[in-house]
Design a protein around this ligand. Sequence first.
Ligand code: TLP
Length: 348
Amino acid sequence: MDRIDFRSDTVSWPTPAMREAMAQAKVGDDVYGEDPTVRELEALAAEMTGKEAALFVASGTMGNLVGILAHAGRGDEAIVGQDAHTYLYEAGGMSTLGGIFPRVLATDDMGRMDITAVETAVSPDDAHFPQTRLILVENSYGSKGGYPLPPAYFADIRAVADRHGLAVHMDGARLFNAAVAQQIPAADITQHVDSVTFCLSKGLCAPVGSVLCGSAEFIRNAHRMRKVVGGGMRQAGVMAAAGLISLRQMVDRLADDHQRAQKLALGLAQIPGVLVQPEMVKTNMVFFNLAPDVPILADVITEAMQQRANIWVGPTGWRSFRAVTHYWIGDQEIDLFLDTLRAILAEA
Ligand code: TLP
């Protein structure tokens, strides 16, 4: 890459093997369902998540939106965590386009909603209330340090959903990070949800794309919704070819990203002026803060990191940051990050 970029795993460039596969990809018109490479990707995605069918979409946001629209409609209610990506960072799509009312619940420091609170939030069948149709969950949980939530939590959510006839959709943008961190197959997690979106374009390095997975009937419905939002693509096999490499070659190596995030967190904990909780770092994200006595703000530090070492890191507030590891971040880059930040803080 042309810079050392810790702002997200979304910044990761496709690997040489992906570029080669993209150049060679067999293609067809995917709106007609005729692109063989897209079909192959969808079949593999369905298999890996333990679902009947899958749909290739342009982004995680599109996968979540299309999934939500396939489960619920105008006047329906979706229970969602207060800092879930689907609630906070997707431009309010479920309400803007679906007329779906979010019922927002608190989450704990791993991103879990309290199960009793979830059940209490389900509206009774009474004309005063929107009808609860859907519970939205996320794994790994981006706003809580990328924490990988265990299958047991989703089993509890499933039990509530079943008692009240609700659907469960998972934003699994980083599903495979959550699975690899727990050393379990992704399907152990997704067995408890009706549908899941996962991203190929984050830690799995593909340039574009996500996959929505669920029952055959659900995916038929989602296919129509993808058309509604203009997401029907044509010779999309060029992109799906990279996605196949993601699923076949890039999943197990996510453990390297997790190890490097741990190394970064442990290194940060040794730098005076930095506050970090390495024990909360389980996947590829490290959130850290400046101690109250540090006299400079996050934007000054991110600018200095760029100037001195071409290192890009994202501020998440005046005194806080997120650093994300991925395929293009190696051990040397972690060391350089730590040395550069240590020097900047020592001079502040
Ligand atoms: N997340 C991005 C930003 O939007 C915050 C990032 O850099 O982490 N679900 C989760 C949990 C995500 O983190 C993201 C992207 C999405 C969905 C949306 O995926 P895209 O960007 O493909 O629409």
